[in-house]
Design a protein around this ligand. Sequence first.
Ligand code: SF4
Length: 102
Amino acid sequence: MKNSRRQFMILSAAGACTLALNGTVQAQAMVAETDPQASALGYKADASKVDKAKFPKYAAGQKCDNCALYQGKAGSAAGGCSLFAGKQVAGPGWCSAYAKKA
Ligand code: SF4
């Protein structure tokens, strides 16, 4: 009886830690368009708003969720990007470092 209570307490604590960690991952900040690095790369959270005069290499259909540097799943609202460690970019976003996923 005593042992099972202890096990319950340990498992509960482990569960709470897991939940806390998951919360941290989900709460990862989004890259702001005004972030100096994002701004230098012409990052937009909505690819349709890319300044096409300034970034003529942009082509319709290019977006973060089909970029080789995107770490989220295709079609996801947001995910990591190798260029912005610790932050998330918008799945429908775009920046001038875009490289089509193979
Ligand atoms: S490198 Fe790719 S995934 Fe990262 S912000 Fe630019 S377009 Fe989006």
